[in-house]
Design a protein around this ligand. Structure first.
Ligand SMILES: Cc1cc2nc3c(=O)[nH]c(=O)nc-3n(C[C@H](O)[C@H](O)[C@H](O)COP(=O)(O)OP(=O)(O)OC[C@H]3O[C@@H](n4cnc5c(N)ncnc54)[C@H](O)[C@@H]3O)c2cc1C
Length: 449
């Protein structure tokens, strides 16, 4: 029995691997990674085996010589969002506009945040190259596609802001020009290319990161949900179904899968949001030509309830969208049908193409609308990183390295950019979080029309 609480249907927390395109095309876990059994000890225990936890473990073990163990609830390492996302390595990990961020934190801290985001993209790229992680990196930028004519002006202004304030390279294309290098669609009125971005195979990246961490000495335990966390003298005691881990320090890297009542300091700080993905069967060269498809780059559109999409290496269209407030399997089926309909509406030439995979998972948002990284004020042996606002492929590995440096006593939390430093405010009336989300979805749908 556990006292832990979650916001969604239990199906969303089933530890079995999700039947995604990524699972179907990635090599399996290392057989040496097994659930925690019996009593064990380590210097640093990491809760969560996604990019944040794995990067923390890798850098603690390899750069700081720390004895570290990762406890992952899913039956496989990378079971959470890290193994099932769209694979867009892009920025920024925030829902604040540049103007809102500047108003709240000032121009210098806003600049530091954007610099850390670009650094995150280059850091993920370097992790892949330096550790020979085979994860199919593709594309040399991300396209933000105008879904209606008046969005072109917004993209133009956004591109100019990125260039002027942060030196980020962007190029604006009209609809005709973009048809020649990107694609055609019923919702394509031009696009902005933002250069420091690419796409990868997220699960291959997660498992590659895990193998690198394991080779550096980190112990990895899938199938090890932490159900209880106690303070025992100067140490932490983390209990799982079959084991107990004692640690001097703990890192919380659970992101949108964080259970409440595990540690009171983290309760009511996050709102997990379901993101859904479909893939089509492989498209023929004739079908690709029918929508003028030419690009390997990942793409998002300008809807607030955005679509993110890309062509996979075997010519399957992958399309992702938010929606569904329950996580119940029947609502998942409805999401799948709605997304198939949207593929047909946006790409009419592909209206009869079968959908062959559908899966979903949690992205993590918080009231500050930007990531949260740091060390607890009331317990300096607990560290955390979460809330990447659906943009963790660049941000989570970077955060893991920062947490490792903090947990090793080499960097101070005070040195983090103010935009991401410290815990976010708790949600008022946290039991109503999904109601707030429902209201936000209604408002966004209204603004998108
Ligand atoms: C469908 C989808 C599409 C996305 N697309 C993109 C994209 O294209 N680009 C992008 O940048 N981001 C994307 N994201 C977000 C991105 O995947 C996340 O930001 C990132 O993976 C977060 O990494 P993490 O390690 O912090 O969290 P996760 O990968 O979610 O890992 C957290 C882990 O903690 C474990 N855990 C939780 N509680 C416990 C406990 N008590 N005991 C043990 N383990 C526990 C969970 O099982 C989970 O595996 C997407 C997310 C989803 C779901």
């Amino acid at each position: 029995m556990t006292n832990l609480r979650t916001l969604y249907h239990p199906a969303m927390y089933d530890p079995a691997p999700v039947p995604s395109y990524w699972e179907a095309t990635a090599p399996g876990d290392d057989p040496g990674w097994a659930p925690l059994e019996g009593d064990a000890e380590c210097d640093v225990a990491v809760i969560g085996g996604g990019y944040t936890g794995l990067s923390t473990a890798l850098h603690l073990a390899r750069d700081h010589g720390v004895d570290v163990a990762v406890l992952e609830a899913g039956d496989r390492i990378g079971w959470g969002a890290s193994g099932r996302n769209g694979g867009f390595c892009c920025m920024p990990a925030t829902k604040l506009s540049v103007a809102q961020m500047t108003k709240r934190y000032g121009p210098e801290e806003t600049r530091r945040f954007f610099a850390s985001q670009i650094e995150g993209i280059e850091f993920t790229r370097a992790l892949i190259a330096d550790n020979d992680i085979d994860c199919d990196p593709r594309g040399d930028g991300i396209f933000e596609v105008a879904h209606r004519p008046r969005a072109v002006g917004e993209l133009k202004e956004y591109g100019e802001t990125l260039g002027r304030l942060f030196g980020i390279e962007t190029t604006l294309y009209g609809a005709e020009e973009f048809r020649g290098i990107g694609h055609d669609s019923a919702e394509q009125f031009g696009a902005l290319k933002v250069s420091p971005s690419f796409a990868l195979h997220p699960l291959k990246f997660a498992r590659g990161l895990a193998r690198t961490a394991s080779a550096a000495g980190a112990r990895l335990h899938p199938g090890s949900l932490v159900t209880r966390w106690l303070r025992e003298g100067g140490r932490h005691l983390l209990t799982t179904a079959r084991g107990a881990l004692r640690a001097k320090r703990v890192v919380v890297a659970a992101n949108g899968y964080l259970r409440e009542r595990l540690h009171r300091d983290f309760d009511a700080r996050i709102l997990p949001v379901i993101s859904n993905i479909v893939t089509t069967r492989p498209l023929t060269s004739g079908e690709l030509a029918a929508q003028s498809w030419k690009t390997d780059c990942p793409l998002v559109n300008t809807r607030r309830l955005l679509f993110y999409y890309r062509m996979l290496p075997d010519n399957r269209l992958m399309l992702g969208a938010r929606g569904d407030l329950t996580g119940a399997p029947a609502d998942g089926e409805r999401m799948r049908a709605w997304m198939a309909k949207r593929v047909a509406e946006v790409f009419p030439a592909w209206r009869d193409v079968e959908i062959d995979h559908f899966w979903r998972g949690f992205v993590c948002i918080s009231r500050r609308l930007a990531p949260s990284v740091g060390r607890l004020e009331d317990d300096s042996s607990v560290f955390y990183g979460f809330g990447y606002h659906a943009n963790g492929v660049n941000t989570a590995p970077w955060t893991g390295r920062k947490i490792a440096a903090m947990a090793a006593g080499k960097e101070s939390p005070e040195a983090l950019p103010a935009v991401i430093r410290g815990l976010p405010a708790r949600f008022p009336l946290p039991a109503l979080r999904l109601k707030y989300l429902a209201a936000a979805y209604r408002w966004y749908a209204f603004k998108d029309d």
